[in-house]
Structures are given as structure tokens and as C-alpha cells.
Design a protein around this ligand. Structure first.
Ligand code: RTP
Ligand code: MG
Length: 141
């Protein structure tokens, strides 16, 4: 299986719940390695640019509002099949539909406050990693 990198965001609701460590533990137990990490409070411009693909969707305003409501933890995760593996660990977008034992089933409160983001394809992973990290901020290990 190919080694991949994916972008993870621990969203404001999960940071507020003080479960950063519990979420990172899920990644580590699944053999994903943190190769870059930072905590930031996104500006409106940063959130709008990150979610530009959803600009025309009815939930875009609420999404930007929520993502700028408090600090987030942005990380690059590396491992075999990292993109799909992270999505599996996260569970469905709507926590009501998320499988038992997934991060969203255990920590998300709603479809908006859904604890985590993960890149959904190799192309989006490449764009999203570069959106937050320069090459010298990523530490291969
Ligand atoms: P994410 O991008 O955050 O990892 O989540 P995702 O791929 O599972 O979901 P996506 O379709 O990319 O939507 C991005 C985020 O927008 C919010 N959303 N709200 N109210 C709604 O119908 C709705 N649909 C999506 C969610 O917070 C979702 O994570
Ligand atoms: Mg998405």
C-alpha cells in the first residue's frame, strides 16, 4: 500500500471539549504518524479559502462561522493509505450516521460541529497540506 499524507483538522468543538489528545491517540493507534502540527484560530479569509469548493452550498456561511469560532489543530498525518484510513477513523459527516467507535460518533455534536476534517482525495490532500504548511514545516519520520 502506498504511503500517503493527508490533512487533518481538529475542529473548534473538539478543541473546546478538550479531546485533542484522545483524537490524536486514535490516529497513532491506527499507525498514522503526525509529521506536522499547529494550533491556529482561522481568520474568515483562511476558512473561506480552505472550503472554497463549498462556496455555493447553503451551509457555507454556517461552516465558515463555525470554523472561525475558536482555535483548531491542523496536522499532516502520514501512513499507508492515510487519506482513506483517516476518513474511516473519522466516520460519516453527520455524527448520527457515523459508525460506532469512530471519532465523529464519539466526539461530534452535530453535522456542523463534527469534530474533525480529513482530506477526501489525493488531490485535495495535496492542496490542503500546502494550504497550511510549507515544505520545511513537515518533518518526515
Ligand atoms: P470535512 O470536509 O470537514 O472533512 O467533512 P466531510 O468531507 O465529511 O463533509 P463535506 O461534504 O466536505 O462538508 C464540509 C463540512 O461542511 C459541513 N456540512 N454541513 N448542514 C449540512 O448539510 C452540512 N453538510 C456539510 C460539515 O461540518 C462538513 O464537515
Ligand atoms: Mg470534505
Amino acid at each position: 500500500m502506498a504511503t500517503e499524507r493527508t490533512l487533518s483538522i481538529i475542529k473548534p468543538d473538539a478543541v473546546a471539549k478538550n479531546v485533542i489528545g484522545e483524537i490524536v491517540t486514535r490516529f497513532e493507534k491506527a499507525d498514522l504518524k503526525v509529521v506536522a502540527a499547529k494550533m491556529i484560530h482561522l481568520s474568515r479569509e483562511q476558512a473561506e479559502g480552505f472550503y472554497a469548493e463549498h462556496k455555493e452550498r447553503p451551509f457555507f456561511g454556517a461552516l465558515v462561522e463555525f470554523m472561525t469560532s475558536g482555535p483548531v489543530v491542523v496536522q499532516v498525518l502520514e501512513g499507508d493509505n492515510a487519506i482513506a484510513l483517516n476518513r474511516e477513523l473519522m466516520g460519516a459527516t453527520n455524527p448520527k450516521e457515523a459508525a460506532a467507535g469512530t471519532i465523529r460518533a464519539d466526539f461530534a455534536s452535530s453535522i456542523d460541529a463534527n469534530a474533525v476534517h480529513g482530506s477526501d482525495s489525493p488531490a485535495s490532500a495535496e492542496r490542503e497540506v500546502a494550504y497550511f504548511f510549507s515544505a520545511d514545516e513537515i518533518c518526515p519520520r
